[in-house]
Design a protein. Sequence first.
Length: 382
Amino acid sequence: MSVSSIISLNVTSMAEYMDAIELAQEHFRSEMCSICEELRELTGGGCIHSPNGQPTDSPVWFRGHEKASYMLLPSAYRSEEIPPKDGWKFNGTHLNETTRDQAFRARTYHLMEKMPETSLEWEEVRQHFRSKTKALDWSESAYHALAFAMESLLDPDQKSIEVLKRRQSLSPLVWLLNPRALNVQVYLQMRNNTCYIRMAEPERKLRFALRQSFLQKRNFILPGMCHQPYSAGLLSLSVLNAQRMEYGSSYRQRLLNRELNPFYHLLLRYYADALPIEFGPAALPPMATLAPYHSRRIIAQRGVLSIYPNYAAPNTPDLKLPEKLRDPRALEHFNGAEKFLARIHIIDPERVSHQLRMTGINKTSLYPEAEIFAQDVEFVPP
Ligand SMILES: [Zn+2]
């Protein structure tokens, strides 16, 4: 139920790191059995696991932190005030976001390798250039996440005081996420709280159609998800958004006709349109999404994202927001986080970073730019 029940492993070498990933995967597999069970009861869908039959491996995403105390919280939530819940659909988080978006776009249009098409895509691009967003980066590569966790030890800039400081205060950690299990949590949360349909659509006719279609005993998430190919069933908010644009003015009619997946529509409302929702123990967690490969950097990092909803401050006085070290909006503090998260502490970072370099990973692996490559050529192991 809390961060303490999340599986936590210590490693001192690359070999132990690989073993730890295997252990975490086993943990995710057994959690997946109970998740499927819950899903089947609710929707009649999902997959059937026989008592001795196991689900197949889920994809695992990785994220490295140089400090173990660093929370799984997106940058926009680290420094900004939580806007109050006041009935407006456009709140302070939107204002911050559009202000940043205007400045970023106006100054970087000419630098884009491929022009992003929507605000959501721009947000994904901004995330990869460290602008503040509601998204958090993950990697499909365990090696790259490890490199992020020990980035200061791989940094060729030996003279930088900042790099030296980071090396001295290093307590590296790699988070592991089962994106399927996280998205099922989002799905269950939406099914169990009809307020998400009501808040998404003020218009009665559409709301009625959504409620009728979404709440029937039917599975709208991932068909037989544990027995599908490895990457099947992962969601991409950007692609859903592009499809919505493609349908244009017929989109609403298609929803009314039940031609579209109501779950996808709700995802768009809460994660792309970012309708504010009150934060609380039963609030929607972030969703896991495949962002299109907009830039060389995203490709190199094997980048994928979790996107957070737009949380507004709750009216309940007993929920304190935010505490400095235990912000309840951090992913590891969500109810049921142990089902989709695991973590690996790197106990001997110097040794592991040395071994990681031997596998061919360096700073250019994270930032494939000529300037970084020039630095990597000069690298002397610390
Ligand atoms: Zn299953």
